[in-house]
Design a protein. Structure first.
Length: 82
């Protein structure tokens, strides 16, 4: 957004879209990507956005019986007592 010749109204629109990027639904994000002609680093079109989970389970402790989310139960009393 460093283009000095960019219309101020268009600049505000782009800044608003940038600030709201985390709020867009899949369809809205696809529309915004199409509006700004988003391309891959190779200059090729990108696929439509889709949801995916970056979280993964992990085992805790020597036996591995505790799941990753159990860590909240272990540390919660410590954090709330301060």
């Amino acid at each position: 957004m460093e283009d000095k010749t960019l219309d101020p109204a268009k600049r505000r629109e782009m800044e608003t879209d940038y600030a709201r990027a985390d709020e867009f639904s899949e369809e809205e994000l696809a529309a915004v990507m199409k509006k700004y002609n988003v391309l891959s680093p190779d200059g090729k079109p990108v696929s439509a956005p889709f949801p995916f989970n970056l979280m993964f389970s992990t085992s805790i402790g020597p036996s591995g019986d505790l799941k990753g989310y159990a860590i909240k139960l272990i540390f919660l009393p410590i954090l709330t007592s301060q």
